[in-house]
Design a protein around this ligand. Sequence first.
Ligand SMILES: C[S@@+](CC[C@H](N)C(=O)[O-])C[C@H]1O[C@@H](n2cnc3c(N)ncnc32)[C@H](O)[C@@H]1O
Length: 211
Amino acid sequence: MDSPHEAEAYARADFAEVNQAFVERLLDLAGHLKSVKALDLGTGPADIPARIVRACPGWHVVAVDASRPMLDYAQKTIREAGLSDAITLVLADAKCTGLAPELFDVIFSNSILHHITDITRFWAEVKRLAKPEATVLVRDLARPASPQAARTIVSRYAEHESELLREEYYRSLLSAYTPEEIRVQLDCAGLSMLEVEMVSDRHMDIFGRLP
Ligand SMILES: C[S@@+](CC[C@H](N)C(=O)[O-])C[C@H]1O[C@@H](n2cnc3c(N)ncnc32)[C@H](O)[C@@H]1O
């Protein structure tokens, strides 16, 4: 989402319901933790970290994205919500953030795995940045069984979105991983303690606690 056009289409779309569902899942896993340093990989317009720090005033979120136009939207979200002290934006690739190792109690990410082809480096970065016993929640699309099945999902869930967003959604579904592929990736990364679970007809969660 490097182009201002794509960033604008995404930032304008209404993801309130799915974002809130993600936040509730994260709070189920880690909401009891106080004074947390959390990391959001691929934060987009920063709606999810904004919801999290409102729900958990003791949390600080470092929110990373590789797209400057998207971070401009994130900056606007944070400034307008008065959350600049609780969320720090970082322009970086999620596969090589340049952040110090073992920094985070909680690492989360929504809807970016399908953007990443060199996925080995993504999981290595998650492992490198997590403190011992860190909680991880990564949610993404799971690839449907066929292009036709992907079209059906687009019609079902994005009928009223713009043409640009519907095409982006279709491409995203086709470039997503399957749960089986993710399990192999986690084994290779030394993260086999994380679980992989389908949580809807199109989403999977990768979650758990590191040793
Ligand atoms: C579908 S959006 C999801 C945004 C946000 N997580 C949400 O759920 O609202 C994907 C985001 O991931 C970012 N992204 C894609 N590849 C990335 C990478 N390698 N490193 C950092 N950010 C990336 C894009 O710029 C975009 O903002």
